[in-house]
Design a protein around this ligand. Sequence first.
Ligand code: CO8
Length: 257
Amino acid sequence: MTYTTILAETLGRVGLVTLNRPEAMNALNNTLMRELMDALEAFDNDDAIGAMVITGNQKAFAAGADIKEMADKSVQEMYDNDPIAQFGRIRTIRKPVIAAVSGWALGGGCEIALSCDMVIASETAKFGQPEITIGVIPGAGGTQRLPRAVGKALAMEMVLNNRTLSAQEALGLGLVNRVVPLDAYLDEALKLAEEVASRAPVAIRSAKKVINQSYERFLAESLEEEKKEFYNLFTTEDQKEGMSAFAEKRKPNWTGK
Ligand code: CO8
């Protein structure tokens, strides 16, 4: 398949997807999200593949959803196009998915990392949910997976006040599996994926399924609630102001409307 915003390749029994919009810090526009999920599903259905790695570049894993693409959207367009449904497709992948994160993992980028089964981070990785700075909230699982991963108080600080986590902090909190030097994080993730891919495939899928089932038992309902809150914020002036201000590189002027 030909992709325009990602690169997909096979390395032995590992499927590697590289997010490839470096000019926009790998902002997750609709095309990229669709291509990413198509690629993961294709690998999931390929018997020659045992595990997958998602990565970005050294500067950015992904700086979140594409703010410029969604800035002018109406609430009706958000519901009709339902971009968050693309993010949800990652939950149906049966084989292990590892995130290899360097630089910014923000907003939807952080939410993709949180949706992966394991995370290998470079020393420069930074995790955050800065949606509040553009007048919205996390919409693809951040309000749900983050408190489970880092505890409620820190998750609140990240979501309400744009607190970011360094790679070392994320390691201490169990958000990532290990932190490795910048020139080695992708190789480390591929090595881990290769090892996992060499193990008994059916048992691997069973293990992933039951770990996620206990961990995510009550997740589906809350994700729906989060999505509604996110889309409904597109009725507010603050969402329009916050996202325009980002694109225009100025400070937003909040009116609370
Ligand atoms: N969307 C669109 N463009 C972006 C994004 C983004 N998220 N992030 C960066 N870019 C663009 C910049 O506008 C800039 O473009 P240009 O060169 O044309 O001006 C280019 O990428 C380079 O970025 P910067 O010049 O800003 O680079 P810096 O090194 O100064 O800063 C940062 C890097 C800190 C990553 C900064 O770009 C930033 O703060 N980005 C936005 C982070 C953010 O707020 N993310 C949350 C987005 S909302 C979200 O993710 C919700 C997800 C759930 C719902 C999904 C539904 C679709």
